[in-house]
Design a protein around this ligand. Sequence first.
Ligand SMILES: *Cc1c(COP(=O)(O)O)cnc(C)c1O
Length: 389
Amino acid sequence: MKDRTLLMIPGPVEVEPAVLAAHAAPPTSHLEPRFIEAFSRALVGLRGLFGAADGQPFVLAGTGTLAMDSAAANLVEPGDAVMVVNTGYFGDRFGAIFERYGAQVGHVRAAVGDRPEAAGLRAALSTATGPVKLVAITHVDTSTGVLTDVPGLARVAREHGALVVVDGVCSIGGEALHMNDDGVDLALTASQKAVGLPPGLALLMAGPRAMEAFRARRTPAGSFYSDWANWLPIMEAYEAHRPAYFGTPAVNLVWALDASLALILRERMTVRWARHQRLAKACRAGLAALGLGQVPVRAEIAANTMSAPRLPAGVSAQDLLPRVADAGATLAGGLHASARSEYFRIGHMGACGLGEVLATLGALETGLAACGYAFERGAGVKAAAAAGG
Ligand SMILES: *Cc1c(COP(=O)(O)O)cnc(C)c1O
């Protein structure tokens, strides 16, 4: 479309027309039979998205941070020990949230752009002073573009009797994650990333061990809004085709979720993950051909939903990104506190195909040329087309 720039940031993302149409319809009552059916379908569909046949879904009006907050409020009690596998900004945030609910939080860290492996987590859990109740893993830290090894980390966490909680806000729907197969007890995301909706929904899937830990609480959840004791009867009712009320559901977003899950499950999760892998490969082949490095220190640990390219010497994000936007693609600046000015970020998740990646690299080339960076024009687009075809 001629007056539109592509939204290629790590959320919000481009949205499929069918999802936009569902979102744009006049609001319905949350008690209307058609809405109850859509909500019920969406709750069932979420089990397919998360790979959790035995999971309990929660759909809350809010952002990904609310999903993190809800996980912490319901799973930890004051004094519980939590270990965060930290690959950047959102690991720090998760740690701060757990602390707010009274947990004793430890972090397993790596250098910026690297990741802790299962052995590092094992060492941290083995030397902890007491039992660790919960291990939190950021699947893709959006501040670094680093992808963690969820199955490997989860195995170690469960060996130590800990619950496995995955922040999948920048991954679920784009990166391979199957809660049942991977040994994950709770995973969470938000509507505006690889699930492909506008922002506004927090989505959680709690497996049996997470629900058991919730039911075994000695104290009520530390947040009234997030308390699963309030939301569980609502989710169970809607799934069973009955209306219920605790807080007004974001009806338009639930309609959009129903529409997006229909598209996602029709594509099939394994096909969708493979598409994101192809797009990431194409994007990074293009960036490499332009001479740009990556924040992730090895190709094997780079995310498939986004890329975090390093800026060339002499080019700042403040100079580059407006020029790229003028040329047709909105990209994001850096986020990690200790490297913020050194890189920028490209989202390639959700309603995204090779065409969007090629258009983005074309816009990036225009921006880089306008900044005076010397490179062979067209090399990025050409390499990406070759790698992604
Ligand atoms: C975006 C993001 C969040 C926060 O989501 P909001 O919707 O902005 O609150 C948390 N974790 C990760 C990994 C994210 O990418």
